[in-house]
Ligand binder design. Structure first.
Ligand code: AG3
Length: 281
């Protein structure tokens, strides 16, 4: 057995490990340690502070689900804000929607985009799309201070530790609410119900305190803790299923690897233990 990268899962005293062929990049930004490794099983893998951010093998699941679910509910998503997501995977999916005129990406760490452009071009290259404006600053301050207004906000953050922490607070969600148009909606990556029930519950409580409609949906992402992942859908008006624009999905006829219209409905059907976690009295 050669060198291995192991992500520890302290919540369950477990771990996930893969064999490393080569370390392609390792660097420290002012915010975090960034690495790109080459593996046999998962292709290239982006690590931040020793956590798996994405692998070439399964990043399509996460990026399709975080982008297409909200964009096929909002009837006319002209303006989209992405907080985090400096690797560009979420932006790559968003720009597949012709209705989207403008995407602002706000990531605290420019190095994530630079490294992704160099080592993960299939993920990052749409950061250069003319519809996309990249701003490297703190997302927490951005949503507090910006005069821009958005139809959709997508929070593509890391775990709620270090630079990610401020993206999981009630004040942050309140500021997102304030910069959404009157029919706006937000989707946030929401961690694993199998391993991080407390975090998921916290997200649910805080979003319910701010948004009238909050729902959770799930996807299977093998390289993330437990492989069972959630996304939060928080909305001012639209319901994720009753307002689903299925006809638009069929008209677009995008070639996607995970998301489809059956799955849009299925993803919101939650196991009982997950319903209990996200349930708010
Ligand atoms: N966002 C990171 C999801 C959290 C992964 N957590 C972990 N491995 N412990 C992914 C960014 C991809 N655009």
């Amino acid at each position: 057995m050669g060198i291995r990268f192991t992500e520890e899962y302290p919540e369950v005293n477990g771990a996930f490990s893969m064999e490393v062929e080569k370390i392609l990049f390792r660097g420290k930004s002012p915010f975090q340690t960034i690495e790109v490794i080459e593996t046999k099983g998962f292709g290239r893998v982006l690590l931040i502070d020793d956590l798996v951010m994405l692998t070439e093998r399964d990043e399509f699941v996460y990026h399709e689900m975080i982008a297409h679910v909200p964009l096929y509910v909002h009837p006319n998503p002209g303006s989209v804000l992405v907080i985090g997501g400096g690797d560009g995977g979420t932006v790559r999916e968003i720009v597949k929607h012709p209705e989207v005129e403008k995407v602002i990406l706000v990531d605290i760490d420019r190095m994530v985009s630079e490294v992704s452009m160099e080592y993960l071009p299939s993920v990052a290259s749409k950061l250069l799309s003319e519809k996309v404006i990249c701003q490297y600053e703190d997302g927490v301050a951005y949503v507090k201070n910006t005069a821009e207004r958005f139809d959709v906000i997508i929070i593509d953050s890391t775990d709620p530790i270090s630079v990610g922490e401020g993206l999981f607070t009630r004040e942050f969600y309140r500021n997102c609410y304030n910069i959404l148009n009157p029919d706006g909606l937000l989707v946030a990556q929401a961690e694993s119900p199998a391993y991080m029930a407390d975090i998921v519950q916290g997200i649910s409580h805080k979003l319910h305190a701010v948004f009238p409609k909050v729902h959770f949906y799930q996807a299977h992402i093998p390289s993330y803790p437990s492989g069972h992942w959630l996304f939060a859908f928080a909305s001012k008006q639209y319901h994720p299923l009753k307002d689903y624009r299925e006809e638009k999905y069929h008209q677009h006829a995008l070639k996607l690897k995970y998301y489809n219209s059956d799955l849009h409905f299925a993803a919101f059907a939650l196991p009982n233990f997950v319903k209990e976690i996200v349930h708010v009295e």
